[in-house]
Design a protein around this ligand. Structure first.
Ligand SMILES: [Mg+2]
Length: 109
């Protein structure tokens, strides 16, 4: 499955009020990112920071999947295609790597 297909399939379950477009997935994205961080925090608290258990990784992965869904929804609401964003992002980072600018600050590196 590529991002184009994922975005199409994920949006079958994107059911929220028309008037809440953009803000609804933006809030969901922040919430799910928090759930990722919460699971990571608990590994530090309960497992001494050992991420070696595949079940732990799978649980974090499930939350990352939720993040992905909200990214898809936010992209849809903004008229953006995830597939294009993925390609643009890889190209941007490759350009930075080629210029030796992966480190540092600023969006326009
Ligand atoms: Mg979740």
């Amino acid at each position: 499955m590529d991002f184009r297909e994922y975005q199409q399939r994920a949006m079958v379950t994107a059911i929220y009020p028309e008037g809440a477009r953009i803000i609804y997935p933006a809030l969901g994205l922040a919430n799910e990112a928090g759930e990722v961080l919460g699971k990571i925090k608990k590994v530090i608290r309960d497992r001494g920071g050992d991420f070696g258990d595949p079940e732990v990784a799978a649980a974090i992965g499930a939350e990352l999947g939720d993040v992905l869904w909200y990214v898809a929804a936010l992209c849809r609401d903004l008229g953006l295609e995830m597939d294009a964003l993925a390609r643009q992002n890889v190209a941007k980072l490759a350009g930075r790597a080629a210029r030796g600018a992966l480190q540092g600050e600023g969006d326009a590196r």
